[in-house]
Each structure stands twice: as structure tokens, then as C-alpha cells.
Design a binder for this molecule. Sequence first.
Ligand SMILES: [Zn+2]
Length: 248
Amino acid sequence: MFSICEEALSRGLGGIAITDHVDIDSGEASCRETLDGLKTDITRARDAFGGRLEISMGMELGEAHHNVPLARDLVSDDCLDFVIGSLHHVRKSEDYFYIDYDRADMDALWRNYYEELVEMAEVGCFDVVGHINYQVRYMTESARARTDLPRYYGTLENILKTVIRSGKGIEINTSSLWRGLDFTLPSSEVIEIYRRAGGKIITTGSDAHDAARVGEAIDDAVKRIASAGFDKFAFFKKRTPYFHDVRQ
Ligand SMILES: [Zn+2]
């Protein structure tokens, strides 16, 4: 935690959100253990970096719709500043990280992803939806070439409208950029669909998993957000979005 905060300061960031993975399917005990550990670490980091760096206590809640009562209970924790809602795998399937995309039934893969993303958006135990189109991060080049993403823009628009109606937002995740791809998650086309649908709340995240990557490619993401027509991005404190100007 300390090296993450040091790196954030050295990159000139004014604030950082720590969003440890809390995967609903890992069970209640594991979820609570992660949150308890995070509270301890955040308290120590705030003591050490207070006044120099805003530290938002978050979690990345995976697959909330698989256990809605537990998800509701976890997100009601007063200590939380920020909750990302993510979909890493659908029911009875492994994380998209493990899929063999050159053999996968791509139509089924996309259909299942969006069916569950609709469910997750309706459950709404989050402030922003994390890394929409997560699976593209792991697809082989040939699988990406076979992907006809525009076919799903209508579905995505409906999902984004559900998110907007419930007062939530989306995260623009830069992990695809620092993995060498030339788009964010979601990509600029989807960010524009979100704006046209009336979306206002947009956050950026490096999904660093490693102190050395903290804030990686955030400048690039901010430029893309601005190009998609947004002049502000959000930073959450106590589950409330505070808006900052996009500076290009
Ligand atoms: Zn994730």
C-alpha cells in the first residue's frame, strides 16, 4: 500500500482509489476478510499520506448479481468511498482470462457476457461499472478480428441507459493500453454511446495490480474521454462523485 501511494505521488496524482477484488462467488467469509484487511491498510496509509494524497477506500465487487443479498450487505459498509461493479466470468464459466478464444463460440461468449451485464446493471450494487468488454483484453488477435462489436452497440446502449437511470456511472480502464492494445475498456465508441445516452459519471482506473503501474496510461484515457465529449471526470468520496475538469 505504501509503495502504491509513493508511486501515485511521484506521478503527480492528487488522489487514488484502492479497489481490492471482492468476488461474490468466493463466499462471504473471503469477501469480509478482504474488506477487513483493506480497512486496516487504508487507515495506515491515510495516517502516513494524509494531506498529500486523497485515498479513496474502494472495492471491485465481482458478479454481485450471483448473490444479491450478500452484495447489498457488503456495499452498505459505511467505510467505503467507491464501489466498482465488475463481471469477470458468467455463471458456470471461468474468468475470461482463461478462455481459449481461438476455439471459443464467440457468439455465445458475447451473448452470455451481455445477458449477465444486464443483470448486474439492474442489481446496481456499484458506483461505476468496471471495464466494460473486459473479455477483449484477453482475446487473441485473431479472435479480436472475428469480433463484430458494433453488432452489440444496441445492447450496450440499453445497459448504459439502465446505469444512467439508476444514477451510476462507468469506469474507463486503461489496462488494455498498458498491455499494448490501442483502446480503453470500454473503447471510445462505447464512451460516446454513453455520452449520447445522457451519461455524466465517468471515472478512470489503471487496474494496476502492481505499484509500478499506478496511474499508468491515465493521461491517455483522459484525452480519449475528452475526445468523446466529456469535460469532467469523477472521483468518489463516501460514495459521492466529485467532478474534476478534464485537462488535455
Ligand atoms: Zn476487474
